[in-house]
Design a protein around this ligand. Structure first.
Ligand code: FES
Length: 157
């Protein structure tokens, strides 16, 4: 199965992209979070590849920048530190293990809940890193944690 890479290179930043930082700095920091264009995004470098997604977990807003990166079912995922939800770096899919109770012994298999976390496109221009928002009009579960309403709740807490 082909996986499309969200990273691309070009000679000038794409229109309506947001500057994140120098690639060296992102690599050194491993994780960078930045509020750009009204969204808190997480940019990370894993095995030489840059990925970007909304920073707060689609489940209840956990800090994905503190999550470990692990492979499940051959797919690289960030594991949310709060309740260990697994999110694919490339697509933002939520993965879970399903158990078929009629199988003996019951054998867990990995399944996808579909895209739950909004992942963004990363572009590198002369070793500067830019993020272009994924502007899919469909609501993605993680969007809630990027709203003013959610921020207002957070500020009261
Ligand atoms: Fe991320 Fe619950 S908030 S798993």
């Amino acid at each position: 199965e082909e996986q499309t890479s969200p990273t691309s290179s070009s000679s000038s930043p794409p229109p309506s992209s947001h500057f994140i930082g120098r690639k060296e700095d992102v690599i050194q920091a491993k994780r960078v979070t930045k509020l750009v264009g009204g969204r808190d995004v997480l940019v990370l470098c894993h095995q030489g590849k840059l990925h970007a997604m909304d920073m707060r977990c689609y489940h209840t807003g956990g800090p994905l920048q503190e999550g470990d990166i692990e492979e499940f079912d051959g797919r690289m995922c960030i594991v949310c530190p709060w309740h260990k939800y697994k999110i694919t770096l490339a697509e933002g899919e939520g993965l879970y293990q399903a158990v078929n109770p009629s199988a003996t012994p019951p054998k867990p298999t990995w399944r996808s809940k579909g895209v739950k976390q909004r992942v963004h496109q990363v572009t590198e221009v002369n070793r500067d890193v830019y993020v272009t928002f994924n502007d899919s009009p469909d609501t993605i579960d993680s969007d809630f944690y990027q709203t003013e309403r959610y921020r207002a709740t957070m500020n009261k807490a």
